[in-house]
Design a protein around this ligand. Structure first.
Ligand code: ASP
Ligand code: MG
Length: 410
């Protein structure tokens, strides 16, 4: 007997035909005493469409005072897909029941639209499995201590699935998606990107954090925490995908890096002419932290030694831009900054791999590839297992291809 959590993304359940096909596939692979929990996202573009609906009320639906209502709205998307999938199982003769995030005991904090899972008490899931049901769970959602719905950030169904797998002590968590696995770069952009057999949690987390769309970063963190192997594979064929785990177990091609990640949804803010004195960085970044806006790359430069002023430049997620601009305009006034500049046509390209630790040639090879493609580097940042460059958004495709070609020449 195995207890397996299987997660299907929005494109896998985009129509009722696809929902029936998902049910059929699960049943065809199910051994008689397997216990199965299926976590699903909302059908197709439902979440985006719900956001568009909210924009019909106010063009800025992510204002602080709306966030609870946004969660009330967005959680309906997954409620549609779970009920239909449970019905599809029943139609095929398999007992099944759908449960919302709150029904499976998914407890979150109260940070609406960006909630974190605090604890899971899956008693109800065990009960339903015992009765012989396949349990269909709404991804992307939990409930706070008031019982109010809280969503886990876009793409949050992955996190729901992995966390649930951890709480249930499942044997494996399978993430079914519209790609065959994790690639060395986005195969929609890079023609000769190759599929990895395995990748470590650390490297996958870094790829995801830096924009690789396959898995939401938090879900990888969670897999690492619970030591649950995560198998990323295609909904539309039965090929083995990529397994995310602690350490490599298979022979694979060795390259200096594991992959190239990119993120077009970046915006840059520059606070120019701020006094070069203690407490300035604190004021800027604590104001952003208070507004729950995470900052990525940060550069402080000495601009004018005589006047003792400097520029503070940083990047954020594009979706936080409107709110961040408000926060920063206010701080800029308080600290008497000369001006605030915003740049939206920026993007981030990164290389990732544990093997680059202590190999100084790797970063310069990346810069060489960018220069070959005629791409200017605006900001560089590094971690132990990655190097990222901020570049012009319009040059992103050339940049990713040039870097991938450089590192993955056969
Ligand atoms: N439906 C949600 C979204 O689009 C969650 C998910 O798909 O994982 O972000
Ligand atoms: Mg951008």
């Amino acid at each position: 007997m195995a207890l397996v959590v299987k997660k299907f993304g929005g494109s896998s359940v985009a129509t009722t035909e696809k929902i029936l096909a998902v049910a059929q596939r699960i049943l065809s692979e199910k051994k008689p005493d397997d216990k199965i929990v299926v976590v699903v996202s909302a059908m197709g573009d439902t979440t985006d469409n719900l956001i568009t609906l909210a924009e019909g009320i106010d063009k800025e639906p992510y204002k602080a005072s709306y966030l609870r209502e946004m969660d009330m709205l967005l959680t309906t998307g997954e409620q549609i897909s779970i009920s239909l999938l449970a019905m599809a199982f029943q139609k095929l003769g398999q007992p099944a029941i759908s449960l919302t995030g709150s029904m499976v005991g998914m407890k979150t904090d109260s940070v609406h639209t960006k909630g974190r899972i605090l604890d899971i008490n899956p008693a109800r899931v065990f009960e339903e499995l015992e009765k012989g049901n396949i349990v269909v769970v709404a991804g992307f959602q939990g409930a706070d201590k008031l019982g109010d719905p809280v969503t886990l950030g876009r793409g949050g169904s992955d996190a729901s699935a992995v966390a649930l797998a951890g709480a249930l002590k499942a044997d494996e968590c399978e993430i079914f998606t519209d790609v065959d696995g994790v690639y060395s770069a986005d195969p929609r952009i890079v023609k000769n990107a190759h599929k990895m057999k395995e990748i470590t949690y650390r490297e996958m987390l870094e790829m995801a954090r830096l924009g690789a769309g396959v898995m939401q970063p938090r879900s990888v963190e969670m897999g690492h925490y619970f030591h649950i192997p995560i198998h990323v594979r295609s909904t539309f064929n039965d090929k083995i995908g990529t397994v995310i785990r602690e350490a490599y177990t298979l022979e694979d091609n060795y390259f200096e890096i594991r992959g190239v990640a990119h993120d077009p949804k970046v915006a840059k803010i520059a606070v120019l002419g701020v006094s070069n004195t203690p407490g300035i960085a604190y004021k800027i970044f604590s104001a952003l932290a208070d507004a729950n806006i995470s900052v990525d790359m940060i550069v402080q430069s000495i601009r004018n030694l005589e006047k003792n002023i400097t520029d503070m430049v940083f990047t954020i997620d594009e979706s936080d831009l409107a709110q961040a601009k408000k926060v920063i305009d206010k701080v800029a006034e308080e600290i008497d900054a000369a001006s605030v500049l915003v740049e939206e046509d920026v993007a981030k390209v990164s290389i990732v791999g544990a093997g680059m630790v202590g190999n100084p040639g790797v970063a310069s090879k990346m810069f060489g590839a960018l220069s070959k493609a005629g791409v200017n580097i605006d900001i560089i940042s590094t971690s132990e297992i990655s190097v990222s460059c901020l570049i012009k958004g319009s040059q992103l495709v050339e940049a990713v291809n040039s870097i991938h070609d450089e590192f993955f020449k056969e």
